[in-house]
Design a protein. Structure first.
Length: 320
């Protein structure tokens, strides 16, 4: 009786990957239609499919349950990594997922048909996944905190779990050549080989919790920035760049209330540009706009105290 039923672990990893894929698809449907969510969902679906093919070892040809299965697992996890690169605004690495999948496929073929060697195949796929998880974790630990609006705790937790996953894959790659392997990978009776699927389960469970939090944190930050930009635009005169009439009315109401409470002096200056209409008619509207911008800049330079406000009151009228 095997110590750990690898087939059960594989099916659990399929379930974990499927749940993660569905979560990413749900986030996409509710409005987080980022390219990264598509890559995450695609990668999880493909990885789960690859794990399922491994579970069907013995019922499917080796070309499917070994070659295609491991190609899909590496391609899918690489796709998840590429989604994270896009999420963290890193330069794209085009076709990395396909390249890593083909590297594993090319390494597997001679050790599947020429001189069958299970240990060699395990070393190949574990080494590739160790490097992939290592860089994936590094992204969240190093680049994650530099991103605006990033939820630091989920980012660091994700990076840490991915680093641990890289360590487990590296240990698997280093210790496999010296271990005794059963000819049937699915009935291995030692702790070393099931670590690959335990690692996948833990990784997908972590990503399933962390990624929605990271996405929502990014969206909240973007929403706050949009609100700040809207508030600035709604209070700014588009021609001169100083406060508009709406901003002046709000500011004056607040200052008047403060004046009534404190009885401190309150000064108000209204300015009207003389002969502006004649100037505008003679030199044209672009020249008139340029004059208004110069006047606004000069007045704004005079308002140095925190309680000073320069606004365009309307037309060629300004107020301080």
């Amino acid at each position: 009786m095997p110590l750990i039923d690898i087939r059960t672990l594989i099916l659990v990893s399929v379930l974990a990957g499927g749940v993660f894929a569905l979560s990413m698809a749900a986030l996409k449907r509710i409005g987080t239609d980022h390219a990264c969510t598509r890559k995450w969902a695609q990668g999880a679906h493909v990885t789960a499919l690859g794990c399922l093919l491994v579970a069907l070892r013995g019922q499917l040809p080796d070309a499917v349950s070994i070659l295609l299965a491991n190609f899909l697992i590496v391609w899918g996890l690489s796709r998840v990594y590429l989604g994270s690169r896009e999420f963290l605004n890193q330069p794209p690495l085009r076709r990395l997922d396909l390249a890593l999948g083909l590297i594993v496929l090319a390494g597997f073929i001679p050790f599947t048909y020429g001189a069958p060697n299970l240990a060699a195949r395990i070393v190949i796929v574990s080494s590739v996944l160790a490097v992939l998880f290592l860089h994936h974790g590094w992204l969240y630990l190093i680049e994650g905190p530099r991103q605006p609006g990033m939820a630091l705790l989920p980012a660091r937790a994700t990076g840490t779990i991915l680093m641990l996953a890289a360590s487990m894959m590296l240990i698997r790659a280093l210790l496999t050549p010296g271990s005794t392997l059963s000819p049937d990978f699915l009935v291995a009776n030692q702790w070393l080989q099931p670590t690959a699927f335990i690692t996948l389960i833990v990784v997908f469970m972590t990503l399933n919790v962390a990624f929605p939090i990271l996405l929502m944190s990014r969206m909240q930050h973007a929403l706050e920035q949009a609100r700040a930009r809207y508030a600035h635009l709604s209070a700014t005169d588009p021609l001169t760049g100083i406060a508009n009439r709406r901003r002046f009315d709000e500011f004056f109401a607040a200052e008047w209330s403060r004046h009534q409470r404190t009885r401190q002096p309150l000064a108000l200056i209204l300015l009207d540009v003389d002969h502006f209409k004649q100037y505008n008619d003679r030199y044209g509207h672009p020249a008139g706009d340029a004059i208004l911008r110069r006047i606004a800049a000069h007045l704004a330079g005079m308002a140095r105290r925190p309680g000073d406000l320069v606004a365009r009151y309307g037309g060629e009228e300004f107020v301080i």
